[in-house]
Design a protein around this ligand. Structure first.
Ligand code: ATP
Length: 298
């Protein structure tokens, strides 16, 4: 018997970063948007916990207990006082270490898949607690749609979002999220960092579904740090803007870059221009908002 869960990637349409807290985390005002780039995680009854992964970036995904899907299964089994007797297969489309919460997505997907496979029927609130234990971006992967994340990003409030079209440019190699936060700390040392707050203009634009209103409101507080570690991303951002994207920004901690476009036709044009520019490894076209982790019919 097996259960397959489909789970979306995310882009941060606003990522306001506060000063480092005593625990090293940063308070965030993080407006998440789920986009239609999906991983699928299949949980199959097995003798012991194993993980396999397929997809273009599969060789970069750890298959041991550090894999977030394996960690999710382990935590759920421990809470239920059962053995984590499951094989997890990840069909990976979300870029790895790309700032699109791919690992977080697999964690949320594995949690939902194992919960169904083991017939646990864990209450939603408890699943969300486990997600927050797994990582700051994991609760949003479960919920999907559009949401404001506060705290270190894990305290979610749903927000309204109309439909938008996106192009993503996948870079060569990943960027470590902790390294990008450390660079943020270095770049902002000695400056006064305001309390992170969601922008009312951004939230209104998101709800309106008007890409011309959303474009100037997009903001990523980690962008300078990602560009400092990976200066070549500036060329990718410029190539997308020159090709007609309404706005260009680094996705989360990068190095994936995100381009807001007017419609599907513009998406195809911007994606083709980005590929021809030689400033990225690959492009992906997606729409938002996308649903959160969902069990697929067997
Ligand atoms: P975020 O946007 O949440 O900061 P990210 O998209 O930048 O994350 P991930 O794709 O989640 O980055 O990968 C970050 C690291 O996590 C990888 O380099 C890898 O070592 C590890 N990892 C653990 N589990 C997974 C998984 N299921 N898929 C991908 N990476 C994983």
């Amino acid at each position: 018997m097996s259960v397959t869960v489909r789970v979306p990637a995310k882009v941060n349409v606003q990522l306001a970063v506060g000063a480092a807290r005593p625990d090293g985390f940063h308070d965030l005002a993080n407006v998440f948007l789920a986009v239609s780039l999906f991983d699928e995680v299949t949980a199959t009854a097995a003798d012991e916990l194993t993980v396999t992964c397929a997809g273009p970036d599969a060789d970069q995904v750890p298959l041991d207990r550090t894999n977030l899907a394996a960690r999710a299964a382990g935590i759920l089994a421990e809470r239920a006082k059962i053995a984590p007797a499951v094989h997890l297969h990840i069909a990976k489309s979300i870029p790895v270490a790309g700032g699109m919460a791919g690992g977080s997505a697999d964690g949320a997907a594995a949690l939902l898949a194992c919960d169904a496979l083991w017939g646990l029927d864990t209450p939603r609130a408890e699943l969300l607690d486990i997600c927050a234990e797994l990582g700051s971006d994991v609760p949003f992967s479960l919920v999907g749609g559009a949401a404001l994340g506060t705290g270190r990003g894990e305290l979610l409030t749903p927000v309204e979002a109309g439909a938008f079209h996106w192009v993503f440019a996948v870079a060569d190699g990943g960027l470590s999220t902790p390294a990008v936060f450390r660079e943020f700390d270095r770049l902002t040392a000695g400056t006064r960092i305001p309390e992170p707050e969601a922008s009312p203009a951004l939230l209104a634009a998101l709800a309106s579904g008007d890409p011309d209103a959303l474009a100037p409101a997009l903001a990523n507080g980690l962008q300078a740090a990602a560009l400092s570690l990976r200066p070549a991303l500036a060329k990718t951002l410029a190539a997308g803007t020159e090709a007609g994207a309404l706005a260009a920004l680094v996705s989360g901690s990068g190095p994936t870059t995100a381009f807001l476009v007017r419609d599907e036709e513009a998406a195809a044009k911007v994606a083709a221009a980005l590929e021809a520019s030689g400033t990225c490894r690959a492009t992906r076209v997606a729409a938002s908002p996308a649903p959160g982790a969902t069990i697929l019919p067997s």
